[in-house]
Write a protein that binds this ligand. Structure first.
Ligand SMILES: NC(=O)c1ccc[n+]([C@@H]2O[C@H](COP(=O)([O-])OP(=O)(O)OC[C@H]3O[C@@H](n4cnc5c(N)ncnc54)[C@H](OP(=O)(O)O)[C@@H]3O)[C@@H](O)[C@H]2O)c1
Length: 298
């Protein structure tokens, strides 16, 4: 039997990269990695093809002959209009005869919070769900990426504080358990599982990756038990919002987590299904941190 071809947007990034690796590891699929710069990533997958969500014409060739498409949009890339990009991708996938469309979405903060928190990188993705749903693919699946563990060594790495300590100053009550987190490299197992089991996960199911559910105090306690000496200081929203470009968006995100949790509801059943489809439990934060947040000088 010939392997089904899956076209992966964002293949050079964290989410799409995870999807490429998991599809390859499954041995069940042929993988077409998509990038705006295919020549820079020739070795990424069986095929590497140009795709630019801002140039819908490129999507025709990108999706041609594909059984499935994985789509992630990058809110943080300057000039990105997630709705416009996703609409173009859905249309192109339908035109190309794609059977199974997997969209990396996030909860609708506007609905969950009754309009209290404006978090466009969540709500903007949620509003795309309907477009995917109504497109009429034979199968479609929603995956939900968690707060990446990787944020804590990347965009939200600990900073030197005024008292000389290394740690976090965030607009968040640190005792509130509210962050659904995970190793984003493990998102691929869920996506590959969904493509392999459309009967169980291809009927509009929501599949969140959740390795741990923690408060910031628990995050810091875990790291400090491993030998770190990180600090935490709660700061007013306004102070945090002014501290870097995009700060207001991130501040609102934390305030939303605190009020409603990251996923916004009890997602026990969805998480259980995601783990079943992935074929195992995702890594706990402590396991990931031991390897990825090394203690300096040890
Ligand atoms: N950090 C978190 O905790 C978190 C949690 C949940 C969701 N998210 C969401 O994750 C998304 C980013 O995903 P990521 O972290 O996997 O991204 P990433 O590692 O920053 O990589 C971005 C990817 O997007 C592709 N891309 C960007 N613009 C494109 C365009 N116009 N056409 C085609 N491809 C394009 C890039 O491909 P090329 O450069 O190769 O073209 C690259 O592969 C954001 O929307 C964010 O809201 C983040």
């Amino acid at each position: 039997m010939s392997q089904k071809l899956i076209a992966v947007i964002g293949a050079t990034g964290q989410q799409g990269g995870a999807v490429v690796r998991a599809l390859q590891a499954s041995g069940q699929f042929k993988v077409r990695a998509l990038s705006r710069n295919p020549s820079k990533h020739r070795e990424l997958a069986d095929e590497v093809v140009e795709a630019d969500l801002d140039r819908p014409k490129t999507l025709k060739t990108a999706f041609e002959g594909a059984h499935g498409v994985f789509l992630v949009t990058n809110f943080w890339e300057e000039g990105t209009d997630e709705l416009k990009q996703a609409t173009a991708a859905v249309r192109a996938a339908k035109d190309a005869g794609v059977k199974h469309f997997v969209w990396s979405t996030l909860p609708n903060v506007e609905v969950i919070s009754g309009g209290e928190f404006d978090v466009p990188h969540f709500t903007g993705k949620a509003k795309i769900d309907r477009i995917v749903q109504e497109a009429g693919f034979v199968n479609h699946t929603f995956v939900i990426a968690p707060f990446f563990y990787q944020n804590l060594v990347g965009a939200l790495a600990p900073q030197k504080q005024a008292d000389g300590s290394l740690g976090w100053a965030l607009p968040l009550v640190p005792a509130v358990r509210c962050i659904h987190m995970g190793d984003i490299r493990e998102l691929g197992n869920i996506v590959a599982g969904a493509f392999a089991h459309p009967d169980q996960a291809g009927n509009g199911e929501y599949l969140p990756l959740v390795g741990d559910f923690m408060s910031f105090n628990e995050i810091i306690d875990t790291l400090n038990r491993q030998g770190h000496e990180f600090s935490f200081k709660q700061v007013p929203k306004e102070v945090f919002a002014a501290s870097f470009p995009g700060g207001a968006e991130v501040a609102n995100t934390f305030l939303y987590f605190q009020a409603h949790t990251y996923l916004g509801s009890d997602s026990y059943d969805q998480i259980a299904l995601a783990n079943k489809i992935a074929g195992g439990q995702p890594s706990k934060f402590s396991t990931w941190a031991r390897v990825n947040v090394p203690v300096q000088g040890s």
